[in-house]
Design a protein around this ligand. Structure first.
Ligand SMILES: [Zn+2]
Length: 124
């Protein structure tokens, strides 16, 4: 099994509904995103998936969130834009674009600060 990881990031504002504490107030983060795919095999030149393709798809998703107030965007108008929910959102979007043949998105990890991240992982 091969594993490839690329990173990206975005800056955005949010506030958490129903949270008792400072995060209930409007504030921003410079989010860092790591996306990992797994592949059972390589093509005939030794590549699982071109990094360029992986980066392009991740950046397309991430750009939708950049310099936005996340609470106004689907699905974060309904679910809180926590690192957990953002990771799941990016995981689902990326899986829809990339899961094919022996390629499967394995993990999306979202860092909301240098020392704190949440990940959403594929089953199995
Ligand atoms: Zn926050």
């Amino acid at each position: 099994m091969y594993e490839l990881t690329v990173t990206s990031g975005f800056s955005s504002a949010h506030n958490l509904r129903g949270y008792e504490g400072a995060c209930e107030n409007l504030h921003g983060h410079n989010w860092k995103v790591e996306a990992t795919i797994r592949a059972q095999g390589l093509n005939d030149i030794g590549i699982a998936l071109d990094f360029k393709v992986l980066k392009k798809e991740l950046n397309t998703i991430v750009q939708r969130l950049d310099h936005r107030y996340l609470n106004e965007l689907i699905p974060f108008d309904r679910v809180n834009a926590t690192a957990e929910n953002i990771a799941r959102y990016i995981f689902d979007e990326l899986s829809r674009r990339l899961n094919k043949g022996n390629i499967k998105v394995a993990c999306v990890r979202v860092w909301e600060s240098e020392g704190a991240c949440a990940a959403f992982l594929a089953d199995g």
